[in-house]
Design a binder for this molecule. Structure first.
Ligand SMILES: [Zn+2]
Ligand SMILES: [Zn+2]
Length: 215
């Protein structure tokens, strides 16, 4: 803490010193302002003549916007792709280790095959058709059984685990069974789009609506 002695022992009165300082700072400000004006003018001249790159034209703001938007869109796309893959993997696991029969819908003529346009009033015929004609396609989905379409319909009549031939009441029990007893992977963190039915044979009159029993 050393105070400069020159300030303490000053002889000159403060009234004179203060205005002198003010005038000095005022003139300093003015000269700084002039200096800045000249500098700006020179910079502008240089930019206009092409000596300096025009930094004002750089689209900084736009660049930031694009960079911020893109990762979000990619994140969304990636999430839906992952969900689709999990859904597909779950369905593949069920098709691999059970006797479910995929079907597309019902029409007046009966149940439409999940792989082709064949239609059968009796689900037993649809089952034997699927097992005979589409055995190779069962795991690969090359034909009209569209894996990109959600809400897959499965006939789970006489459902069994094909690894140990244990009977199952529904797909939830089958999935738990596959995880617990056969160490298979089933994803539970996605919405389940698989609809399960126990199909019943159509009544003789073809105009009668076919019964779909949802579980
Ligand atoms: Zn078919
Ligand atoms: Zn089993």
């Amino acid at each position: 803490k050393e105070e400069p002695p020159s300030l303490d022992n000053t002889d000159s009165p403060p009234e004179i010193e203060v205005p002198r300082r003010k005038t000095r700072s005022r003139s300093q400000k003015k000269s700084e302002e002039n200096h800045r004006k000249i500098a700006n003018f020179v910079t502008k001249l240089a930019m206009n003549s092409g000596i300096l790159p025009n930094i004002n034209k750089a689209p900084k703001q736009r660049k930031i916007n694009v960079n911020m938007r893109d990762p979000i869109e990619i994140e969304w796309k990636r999430k839906s792709v992952i969900d689709k893959r999990k859904h597909r993997d779950n369905l593949l696991t069920i098709l691999k280790y059970s006797n479910v029969i995929p079907f597309r819908n019902k029409s007046l003529r009966g149940f439409i095959c999940g792989y082709c346009d064949a239609t059968y009033p009796d689900p037993i015929d649809l089952r034997s058709h699927t097992q005979n004609e589409h055995e190779k396609e069962r795991y690969s989905f090359k034909s009209s059984f569209d894996m990109t379409e959600y809400n897959v319909k499965l006939d789970i009549t006489d459902l069994v685990c094909t690894i140990c031939l244990t009977q199952m009441d529904n797909l939830t029990k089958l999935k738990d069974h596959l995880v617990d007893n056969h160490k298979k992977i089933v994803y539970n963190d996605i919405k389940d789009h698989i609809m399960q039915f126990k199909l019943k044979k159509a009544v003789q009159n073809a105009r009668m609506p076919l019964q779909l029993k949802d579980l």
